[in-house]
Design a protein around this ligand. Structure first.
Ligand SMILES: [Ca+2]
Length: 74
């Protein structure tokens, strides 16, 4: 499957990984998202993307920030 995820898919993936249900992802939850999407980033890459995605530097990835990093990925 090489189909590019739609916005709806991304939101589903985001919600599924959001174990805390607080509408934001911590690093562990972000890692779950990547696995769910079948992206094989290394731990260092994941950490790097996480820090870049966290544009307001609160230590969590909001859905908005998540969308931005996924758009940049594609
Ligand atoms: Ca953030």
């Amino acid at each position: 499957m090489t189909t590019r995820p739609t916005g709806d898919d991304l939101h589903t993936v985001f919600s599924r990984a959001d174990l805390g249900g607080d509408q934001r992802l911590d690093l562990m939850e972000f890692t779950l998202v990547l696995e769910d999407l079948g992206l094989s980033w290394t731990r260092a890459e994941t950490q790097d993307r996480f820090e870049k995605a966290d544009s307001n530097l609160d230590g969590f990835i909001s859905y908005e920030e998540f969308r931005a990093v996924m758009d940049a990925q594609n």
